[in-house]
Write a protein that binds this ligand. Structure first.
Ligand code: TYD
Ligand code: MG
Length: 452
């Protein structure tokens, strides 16, 4: 029997260290090292498992990796058509975002189509899951459940049910009693995931592993799992809003640029072809401080409302806050407005948000954010039929951004008539372009100057 060895493993990045320390020297996170017992692996010489035979690449049948639609259109869109037999997908997201709901709906959709699915519910009892299933209006013969956390029992259940799709919710609660490290530790999670990957490849069962992402990193972060799975999906959104975004950050069977959109409703997640109503339905264009921005999320364009509020304050340190907008970017834009346009903002509190729980992480949002702030500052609303798109340079100049045609095409499709854009933007038939060289010009063209 090989000897075990004590090591210290980082819960965040999975790096192993011979000694404990307060900070992981690999990822620089604090208080993430936990004690672990490492069992040496079998060496190549002692390996006696079945070996794969080499074949000419040209003789390999590519249809073995064919996707099969799940019936949940936005999920299939992100995966480039659906699930591949024997593939393993990691679905990560913050607690409460809707991972269990999405996976249950996935299993229900398959079952409704006469396809068998198995849910390994490692966190919730079958009764709890049944209540959720009833709420989602799903009652199908082909949906099986087992409330189990031990790996051998899970593998036995898979062998018994022989499902087309296996969902493990969540991978962090699964443990292998043969390993000495404690349940929930990185090595447990990684080894269990590894065993499930091997089982999926051997049996051809498409497998979805649910993983919680916590900011504190108290549970083993799904980052250590990303290497062993075929596909990594993240499920995001603001818990206080209904919009949910599904993205792939790794996908061995296709491209990663697609975005799936859902709305969380009382009866579960609804696939959203068109999120416009959710994003712009509550907009009040008569109010100053609102500007619509076409944002690229992967290959999809979202029209997002940016709101700003500027309020006078006597505080020595006026507050600035950005929701869904990077704080540093907001600070830069305020400085540009101050220096290049000449409005005094240093005695004012400035709040800016991207509505609907969307994050604006690209420079293309600059112009819209800056215009929303100016509009709020001057109390002059931006016309309802206008979108704004462009990067704002430190000189106040408006710079080109990528995929302008797609962005403006979507704005036109949704009924916008005018767009404030960088000077070099090519014509878009049916849309009036207000080409501007700098922020001042944009303010003039939109008639945002305060009346004097
Ligand atoms: P859940 O799928 O349990 O999240 P996760 O598995 O990612 O932790 O969903 C959590 C939230 O979703 C919960 O706060 C309630 C809400 N919800 C709905 O609004 N409608 C529904 O039909 C369901 C099932 C949940
Ligand atoms: Mg859950």
């Amino acid at each position: 029997m090989a000897k075990t060895r004590t090591i210290y493993r980082c819960n965040e990045c999975g790096a192993a260290h011979p000694k404990w320390s307060g900070q992981c020297s690999s990822c620089n996170e604090w208080n993430t090292l936990v004690e672990e017992f490492e069992q040496p692996r079998a060496t190549a010489a002692s390996y006696s498992g079945p070996a794969a035979r080499p074949v000419p690449l040209a003789s390999v049948d590519p249809s073995a990796a064919k996707t099969r639609p799940t019936g949940i259109t936005e999920f299939d869109r992100v995966l480039g058509g659906g699930l591949v037999a024997g593939s393993v997908t990691l679905l990560g997201g913050e607690p409460g975002i809707g991972k269990s709901t999405l996976t249950l709906q996935l299993l229900s959709a398959l079952a409704a189509d006469g396809r068998r699915g198995l849910l390994v519910s490692a966190e919730e009892s079958p009764q709890q899951v049944q209540l959720r299933a009833l709420r989602l209006g799903s009652r199908h013969e082909g949906l099986w459940i087992v409330a189990e956390t031990a790996l051998p029992a899970i593998l036995a259940a898979v062998a018994e049910v022989k499902p087309e799709l296996l969902v493990v919710d969540s991978i962090q609660t699964v443990f292998d009693p043969d390993l000495q490290s404690s349940p929930g530790s990185v090595s447990q999670v990684r080894e269990c995931a590894h065993a499930l990957v091997i089982a999926a490849k051997a049996s051809g069962v498409a497998t979805v592993l649910v993983g919680h992402v916590t900011k504190e990193g108290t549970l083993a972060g799904p980052r250590v799992l990303e290497h062993v799975v075929d596909t990594v999906l993240s499920f995001d959104g603001d818990r206080h809003h209904a919009l949910r975004l599904l993205r792939a950050s790794k996908h061995r069977f296709g491209a990663t640029g697609e975005l799936g959109l859902f709305e969380m409703r009382d009866a579960g997640l609804v696939a959203l072809e068109d999120p416009t109503d959710l994003l712009l339905g509550d907009r009040r264009p008569d109010l100053a401080g609102s500007c619509v921005v076409p944002v690229m999320e992967g290959r999809r364009t979202l029209l997002v409302e940016v709101q700003a509020l500027v309020a006078e304050t006597k505080a020595a340190m006026p507050r600035r806050s950005g929701q869904g907008i990077d704080y540093n970017r907001l600070a830069v834009l305020l400085a540009v407005i101050e220096r290049r346009v000449g409005y005094t903002l240093y005695q004012k509190e400035v709040f800016a948000s991207a509505m609907g729980g969307v994050q604006i992480n690209e420079p293309a949002g600059d112009l819209g954010i800056a215009l929303a702030v100016v509009s709020a500052h001057n109390g002059r609303p931006i016309a309802a039929d206008v979108v704004a798109c462009g990067e704002v340079g430190l000189g106040g100049e408006i710079r080109r951004v990528g995929q302008m045609e797609r962005r403006l095409g979507e704005a036109k499709r949704l009924g916008f008539a005018r767009a404030v854009v960088p000077e070099a933007t090519p014509d878009i038939p049916g849309l009036t372009l207000l080409r501007v060289k700098d922020l001042r010009t944009a303010i003039d063209r939109l008639d945002l100057r305060a009346e004097t």
